[in-house]
Design a binder for this molecule. Structure first.
Ligand code: FAD
Length: 412
């Protein structure tokens, strides 16, 4: 498995060789842990980050790096599940996150190919366009800027799209490299090959024991290990692992408009188009299924290839990379970000929206740890009980995905 985002000069760090102390210990060195380390250190906290392997080499290396407030659960479904106010708040969080990412890139002078682009949720036929018309009016009713394009977009089979401007894309590993350097400048101590084994409450806050027998004493700890490594009770039954599949393609110059695209089917597909000097590149993904189903990966890659050939009829392309990765879906459509036990925080279950949710969780957890409060605390509270309505909607969603794609691909 290889990713298009590999870079040569990622900084490297020593394991934890002595017991240490800090205001905050972050466990997990993916984009969520590094965002949180950066923002906490900027706010004046001393921070130690423990990474089991190497920084940024897990889910973050395999992302497609759409940076968008259009999360995997439709806004009209969020309204039905949580009401206007919370649905709107979740989209506002996404919009703020994109602004925050852009501001930090500018402030820290991070060279990471960041670019504002629209996201197009496209329809395959007129029936799907009608559904998008409803979604677009909900988006505008709640005060966001979207438009319905009723004629086909350039370069592939479609019947039109809902277009949301102001979204973004970047090179995730270049971004991470810049964020690590900025955090280091603020005093963050990074340790690689430093796997946390156990968290226990202590007089000073939390005692973090590593597999190698070293420990960190911290007032607060943030678990940002994708699947929380310590499996805290309040997060039980609130998430499920899916697998998604990706092809990276090289295509001729000017084949499609640069930007982000997704369909509205179940299971859904997504692609991003980037310009290079003499060509375009396109990363196409989808055909997600529950990880427990344990499919032979070839079947899902074949299904994705069929999708590419049906959707981009006649397009000349060359496959440069392919990979697959885990997507941790929240049971009610919203991630788990916040305090799950005294002085212990978690950031998890970002679905396919970890670029925005990592920035959102960095901000929320910094605000909570700094005792500043957060307007998002309740929305993403990992201790929230799962209400019937959201569960019902998401269950229907996941069941449709199972019937619509997973079973079909089983026979490929
Ligand atoms: C194919 C694919 C496409 C995606 N596309 C998008 C997209 O377009 N847009 C988007 O927003 N999101 C997307 N996502 C989701 C996004 O990539 C993830 O949500 C995000 O990268 C998660 O970051 P993280 O820091 O939580 O986890 P990770 O990057 O997985 O980092 C967690 C780290 O914790 C470490 N760790 C684990 N256990 C321990 C331990 N006990 N002690 C110390 N360290 C530990 C791991 O080694 C790892 O480095 C995609 C995901 C995939 C797989």
């Amino acid at each position: 498995m290889s990713s298009v985002w590999e870079i040569e000069d990622m900084p490297e760090f020593e394991p934890l060789r002595e017991d240490a102390q800090a205001d905050v210990c972050i466990v997990g060195g993916g984009i969520a842990g590094i965002w949180t380390a950066y923002l906490l250190s900027k706010a004046g906290k001393s921070v130690i980050l423990l990474e089991a392997d190497k920084l940024g080499r897990a889910a973050t290396l395999y992302t497609t790096a759409f940076i968008t407030q259009v999360i995997d659960t439709d806004l009209s479904d969020l309204v039905k599940m949580f009401g206007d106010e919370k649905a709107k708040l979740s989209w506002l969080a996404g919009r703020e996150a994109i602004d925050q990412i852009e501001a930090v890139i500018q402030e820290e002078k991070v060279d990471c190919d960041f670019m504002r682009v629209p996201i197009h949720t496209y329809a395959k036929d007129d029936k799907e366009l009608e559904t998008l018309r409803d979604e677009e009016s909900e988006v505008r009713r709640l005060g966001f800027n979207a438009g319905l394009l009723e004629s086909p977009l350039k370069g592939f089979t479609n019947a039109g799209a809902m277009k949301m401007p102001g979204q973004a894309k970047y090179h995730p590993m270049k971004f991470l490299r810049g964020l690590i350097k900025a955090a280091e400048k603020n005093g963050v101590k990074f340790h690689e090959k430093a796997e946390a084994a156990e968290l226990t409450p202590s007089a000073g806050g939390v005692h973090i024991l590593t597999k190698s027998g070293r420990s960190v004493e911290a007032k607060d700890v943030v678990v940002a290990t994708y699947e929380p490594f310590n499996n805290p009770k309040p997060t039980h039954f609130k998430k499920g692992m899916y697998v998604t599949y990706v092809y990276a393609l090289e295509i001729p110059k000017d084949s499609l408009e640069v930007g982000l695209y997704e369909d509205n089917r179940n299971p859904y597909h997504y692609f991003r188009v980037d310009d290079e000097e003499d060509k375009q590149t396109m990363i196409v993904g989808g055909e997600d299924h529950r990880a427990e189903l344990g499919f032979e990966e070839g079947k899902s890659f074949r299904a994705l290839k069929e999708f590419i050939d049906d959707t981009f009829t006649g397009l000349k392309y060359k496959v440069s990379h392919k990979w697959q990765g885990g997507i941790l879906e929240p049971s009610d459509g919203l991630p788990l970000i916040g305090e799950y036990a005294e002085h212990q925080y978690v950031a998890a279950a970002f679905s396919g929206n970890g670029m925005t949710y990592s920035a959102i969780s960095g901000k929320i957890l910094t605000d909570l740890i700094m005792d500043r409060g957060s307007k998002y605390k309740e929305l993403y509270d990992p201790k929230r009980s799962l209400a019937g309505k959201p569960l019902l909607y998401k269950f229907r969603d996941y069941a449709e995905e199972f019937v619509g794609g997973a079973v079909k691909n089983l026979f490929k």
